[in-house]
Write a protein that binds this ligand. Structure first.
Ligand SMILES: NC(=O)c1ccc[n+]([C@@H]2O[C@H](COP(=O)([O-])OP(=O)(O)OC[C@H]3O[C@@H](n4cnc5c(N)ncnc54)[C@H](O)[C@@H]3O)[C@@H](O)[C@H]2O)c1
Length: 305
C-alpha cells in the first residue's frame, strides 16, 4: 500500500519541491496551503490539494483521517515580517503547529517532520554550530520556531517527530518576487531585473547555503528511515560570506552594481552548520557546491523571467 503523506505549505518553495519528488517515488500526497504566500501553480498536478488555514481549528474537518506521515512546512517564513506582525507570525507558525500536533495524535499519524530553522540559534561563535549549541533566537520568527520544536518534543510519545533545522535553502522554484525572504533569491532577482544588488547588512556576514535538491533528499530519507525524536541541522557545513555569494551570482552577469544598506532587525551576523548528524543519519554522500547550485538556479531564473 502506498504511504499517504500530508504536506503542509505545498504551494511554497520547499513544500512543492518535496511534493514533486515524493509523488515520483510513488507516495500519495495530500497538500494543504492557505496560499498566503505560496502559489497554486507550484502544486504538483498529481497531489490532492486542500486550501485551508492551519491556524483555524475548524479547517481541520476537511482533512482525511488516514495519514501516515505529516511533512509540516507551512508557515510565515520571513524574519522581517515576524517583527511587523508578531501575532500573525505566532498564529501562522506556532499556533498552526499545535493544531497539527493535536490532529496528528488524534489520527494516530506515525511521525511528523517539521521545518524548523537555524534562526533558533541566534548569535553564535564563528565555528560550525551543532544541534547541542544553546538556542537564543533573535527574531519573533526564531522564537516561534523554537516554541514549535518544544511542543513537538513534549508530545513525542504520542506523535514522534523529526525536527529539521534548515539553514539557507536556495534553488529553482524559489519565489523570485518575494523581496522579504531568501537571501539568494533576493540578490539573484535584483541582478536579473535591475543590474544592481542591494545588500541589507555587512558583506562580511556569513551563512550556510544549501541547494534545494539536497534538502529534499533529507526530507525523503526522514520518511523512509526508522528515525524519530531527533533534531537535525540541514546545512552544508560550509561558511560562505555574503560577498562570496554575490561574487558567485555576479559571475553570471555583466556589470552589476552593489549597494550596502543597514541590516534588517534580528538578522544574525553569521552562522554555519555542523552537519555531521545529518551526514551520518541520512548517509549523505556529496552535496551540491555553491558554484554548481548558483549555476543551476541562474539558468532556471533566466528561463522563467
Ligand atoms: N527557505 C529557507 O531557507 C528556510 C530555512 C529554514 C526554515 N524554513 C521553513 O521551511 C518552511 C518552508 O519554507 P519555504 O521557503 O518553502 O517558505 P514559503 O513561504 O515558500 O512556504 C510556506 C507556505 O506555507 C503557507 N502557509 C503559511 N501559513 C499557513 C497556514 N496557516 N496554513 C496553511 N498554509 C500556510 C504559505 O502560503 C506558503 O505556501 C517554512 O516553515 C520556513 O519557515 C525555510
Amino acid at each position: 500500500m502506498k504511504k499517504k503523506l500530508l504536506i503542509t505549505g505545498i504551494a511554497g518553495f520547499i513544500g512543492a519541491e518535496i511534493a514533486k519528488k515524493v509523488i515520483e517515488k510513488g507516495y500519495s500526497v495530500i497538500g494543504v496551503d492557505d496560499l498566503s504566500s505560496g502559489r497554486e501553480e507550484n502544486i504538483p498536478k498529481r497531489a490532492e490539494f486542500l486550501k485551508l488555514d492551519l491556524s483555524k481549528k475548524e479547517d481541520f474537518k476537511q482533512l482525511p483521517i488516514d495519514i501516515d506521515f505529516i511533512l509540516h512546512l507551512a508557515g510565515q517564513s520571513s524574519g522581517d515580517i515576524s517583527f511587523d506582525n508578531p501575532i500573525l507570525d505566532l498564529k501562522k507558525n506556532t499556533h498552526s503547529t499545535l493544531n497539527l500536533i493535536e490532529y496528528g495524535i488524534k489520527n494516530k499519524v506515525k511521525k511528523i517532520l517539521y521545518a524548523s530553522s537555524m534562526s533558533v540559534y541566534g548569535s553564535v561563535i564563528d565555528k560550525p554550530i551543532s544541534e547541542e549549541y544553546k538556542t537564543n533566537p533573535l527574531s519573533c520568527y526564531g522564537v516561534g520556531k523554537k516554541c514549535s520544536e518544544n511542543y513537538l518534543s513534549i508530545f513525542r510519545n504520542k506523535l514522534p517527530f523529526l525536527n529539521y533545522r534548515m539553514f539557507n535553502v536556495y534553488g529553482p522554484g524559489q519565489d523570485m518576487s518575494n523581496m522579504r525572504q531568501g537571501m539568494v533569491s533576493i540578490f539573484l532577482s535584483q541582478a536579473l531585473n535591475s543590474n544592481s544588488i542591494t545588500v541589507k547588512g555587512n558583506l562580511d556576514r556569513y551563512r550556510d547555503f544549501i541547494f534545494i535538491d539536497d534538502v529534499v533528499d533529507c526530507w525523503i530519507k526522514g520518511v523512509e528511515l526508522n528515525l524519530k525524536n531527533k533534531t537535525i541541522n540541514i546545512g552544508t557545513g560550509k561558511r560562505t560570506e555574503v560577498k562570496a555569494l554575490i561574487k558567485e551570482i555576479c559571475s553570471h552577469f555583466n556589470d552589476i552594481t552593489i549597494d550596502v544598506e543597514e541590516s534588517t532587525q534580528g538578522d544574525q551576523f553569521g552562522i554555519y552548520s555542523n552537519n555531521e548528524l545529518m551526514k551520518n543519519l541520512f548517509q549523505t554522500k556529496k552535496l551540491i557546491t555553491l558554484e554548481e547550485g548558483i549555476k543551476r538556479f541562474v539558468s532556471w531564473a533566466k528561463k522563467n523571467k
